[in-house]
Design a protein around this ligand. Structure first.
Ligand code: HEC
Length: 119
């Protein structure tokens, strides 16, 4: 299996190469969804996450288990699960800057949320 994008250092593209503002912009981008939502529509202020976010990736997430029977998800897979379901969009290219940026954002949020250091 390809190396998963659980920490920015492991992503196929380095999201920080384009700066933190690019990462935040991706999280706020309504163009990624088909329903006018951005990731931030649900998750600004760290809303809607469950306590599983405190665990190192990969870990089990209820949405991944309930919809896909996945015992555990990696950070980039969690982005894809929210892309396809709440965002009603398409999966992002696994090697894309958008996916790397969102995975990086998620890992940053996780650290604020009381999760482990994974950078
Ligand atoms: C319509 C609301 C909605 C939108 C939009 C949305 N999500 Fe989520 N997201 C959720 C809900 C609900 C959960 C809780 C799922 C669970 O814990 O089973 C969640 C959980 C998560 C988690 C935490 C999983 C864990 O490890 O516990 C991450 C990370 C995440 N979303 C990232 C994103 C990203 C990135 C986007 C944009 C591509 C996005 N979400 C868009 C509703 C949304």
């Amino acid at each position: 299996m390809a190396t998963r994008c659980n920490a920015p250092a492991h992503c196929p593209t380095n999201p920080y190469a384009q700066g933190e503002s690019r990462i935040a912009a991706t999280f706020n981008d309504t163009q990624l969804s088909s329903n006018g939502l951005a990731c931030a529509s649900c998750h600004s202020g760290d809303q809607r996450y469950q306590t599983t976010l405190e665990q190192t990736y990969p870990h089990q997430v209820a949405m991944g288990m309930n919809l896909y029977g996945m015992n555990e998800v990696h950070a980039d897979e969690m982005v894809q699960i929210c892309m396809v379901n709440p965002m009603a969009g398409d999966t992002l290219d696994w090697a894309s800057m958008d996916l790397a940026a969102l995975a990086a954002y998620v890992v940053d949020v996780q650290q604020d949320y009381g999760g482990p250091q994974q950078k």
